[in-house]
Ligand binder design. Sequence first.
Ligand code: AMO
Length: 428
Amino acid sequence: MERVYIKDLEVSEEEVLLRGWVHKIRDFGHIAFIMLRDKSGIIQLVCEKEQIKGLRLENSIEVVGLVKENEKASKGIEVEVSSIEIVGKTYYDKLPFEVQSYKNKTGLETQLDHRTISLRIPKVKAIFKVQNEIEEAFKGYFKSHDFEQIHTPKIINSGTEGGSEMFTVNYFNRRAFLAQSPQFYKQMMVGAGFEKVFEIGYAYRAELHNTWRHLNEYVSLDVEMGFIKDESDLMDVEEDFLRYMFEHLKETCSEELKLYGVEVPEELKIPRIPLAEAQKMLLEKYGKKSPVGNIDHEGEALLHKYIKEKYNSDFVFLTEYPVSKRPMYTMEDEKKPGFTKSFDLIYKGLEITTGGQRIHDYEMLKERIVGAKMKLEDFAFYLDTFKYGMPPHGGFAIGLERITMKVLELSNIREAALFPRDIKRLTP
Ligand code: AMO
């Protein structure tokens, strides 16, 4: 007999074979109901007393039975069991926390300590369905717009984003680093003639922030494209992708979105505001001072409030960041010296993207590297590409866990990582 997934069950004269975990047991003495959970859903099993003998919550079982109609059961069907076999035993005194409840109140750290248990909670699992579909939309959108998927090295010899936030690796007795971003390599691939590329891969940040929005290992959705006019081309692409992504989520994740009580925007038109203008507004309207060349987290939250009221948008592009606040590869605006052709995208008060046009001229790039007090020889592999007709280009990156978190309005980024890595956590 071939195994059937719960989502595919239909009333039939023939018996079916189901596999899954014991989600709930309700024993009424003469009769018992079991909720069986598999990767696709949950179904009620109707059993006789002896059939549930020795059965415990979270045993994995194989069940044979008949699918019958029952108005009272969810989706109107249930399975009348003819046999149950335990295929995976349990060895616990007490489950670390309840898996059954949609309203699980267990603290996040405890859930993360027992991650393979918390992932069984349907509402927790739903986060990763949504995350999967965000990734699917990213792949689908960029592939259908002539971008090619690439995979670039994560063990590298030099930093890209500046700062000291790099993990060092002992690479056969040489010092190497874990990539903070595929930045150089995605640019090099534009130069290699691929023109338009995207990558889904891990990025590593050794930052000491143990906050609700930082991870030390996160998935970066990277895009880079050649022959652009300026950074507005990039914002157009990202905006169009987000429209596509929300459509895709509506089609594929309606139940999951409902579970979290969130709606995706019907229309998307993202305002673009120079950073200095946003800072001025924050000061005048809310008395909120911003650090030079940036907006802190409190400012981002206020900005969201303002943009929501004024434009009915959860998103805002901030543009015209000062040269001093951007990595050395960022293109300066020839019409506004001192400012770059770069942007951030803020979604519901959190930065989810940085992007911009890059320097594509070899001499100019060398000057910038030297100016940033970095060693030219460390970047020789990167600079080489720029000698052979590097076109004007640019790109952006979206943090996968951050966008997932904001779509579902989660309060901590760790909830959107299967096995998060932070300062304290290296297991599971
Ligand atoms: P940036 O450093 O701003 O830019 O990173 C891009 C996006 O990655 C996500 N992100 C993080 N998510 C979780 N934890 C972290 N510690 C973390 N750090 C970054 C955020 C952020 O907006 N090379 C450029 C991108 C480009 O210009 O193409 C870069 O990496 O969502």
